[in-house]
Ligand binder design. Sequence first.
Ligand SMILES: Nc1ncnc2c1ncn2[C@@H]1O[C@H](COP(=O)(O)OP(=O)(O)O)[C@@H](O)[C@H]1O
Ligand SMILES: [Mg+2]
Length: 331
Amino acid sequence: MSGIYNSEVWTEKYRPHVFGDMVGQEEILKRVKAMVSSNNIPHLLFAGPAGVGKSTLALIVVKTLFGASWRENYLELNASDERGIDVVRQKVKDFARTKALGDVPFKVIFLDEADALTREAQQALRRTMENYTSTCRFIMSCNYSSKILDPIQSRAVVFRFQMLDKKDVKRRIDLIAEREGLMINDAAFSALYESSEGDCRRVINLLQATASISPNITVDLVNTIVSKAKPSDIKVVLDYALSGDFLNAKEKLLDIMLKESISGQDVIKAIQREIWNLAIDDELKVSLTEKIGEIEFRLVEGADEFIQLEALLAGFIRAGKGCVGGVKGGK
Ligand SMILES: Nc1ncnc2c1ncn2[C@@H]1O[C@H](COP(=O)(O)OP(=O)(O)O)[C@@H](O)[C@H]1O
Ligand SMILES: [Mg+2]
């Protein structure tokens, strides 16, 4: 079977519906599962980076609590979509007015991206939570719990989601690949994972985009999609720079940027990733990383990318002086 030619979005198609289908976040799953099985959950705050299962878990909680009638007992609001707290308040009021159906004595409101609400809106939200506490439970998600008012945090049980491990994301990707009839080797998976920085949604989206070209997923194919510099090309640049060959390093770098039209910032990210794969000592890795940080900052501030990248190479050459015989081979 191949889903490549239909318009389904895989992040939705493969969104887990039960606890057992989620990967990673083991501690959180265990605790939330226990709460749900008692049929009485407190308000919950899910904090953490994007694409690690916050919304997915909120939905699983609701589906497990209410079974087939979950839709009648569940309201989803996105704080960054709803204009102002008044809209939120009115929607909550309308929703909370009627009693929950079934055995569970409350309804659930999922407030996504709660950290997008202003302070004032959060004050109002807090009062709303208090007013409807007998009939409603709130599940809130946010990237940074520090942006959520203390009185809200203290009314909720806070769960801190972690970035997903590579092996956990791989389990999910292997399953999707199997169902969609894709061939994907370890290197190609690594390329997908690395360009997504632990965000499972991005990994799946990239996989789908790549699979729309060919079911045989390779590193090169992934790289054409993410339009990032190939790690092997970046490694050549770094090898030149660290062995003191400025001219060749610069030429190869220009070549990558111009031929493949890759932005300076993407090059920097690729360099940053590749540094950690080089056979150089950790101290040098750290000092190179510091230089990258500096240049990255200047690029964000709008400095000329060619000049800044040349400066980076010059810095690498100086740092590489101490590494005898330049860089030795691969990983
Ligand atoms: N822990 C996870 N286990 C399995 N799939 C996940 C997990 N986290 C994210 N996903 C996948 O990524 C998509 C986005 O996840 P979501 O829960 O919406 O992320 P967020 O943390 O930003 O709310 C889901 O539809 C699912 O396919
Ligand atoms: Mg979400």
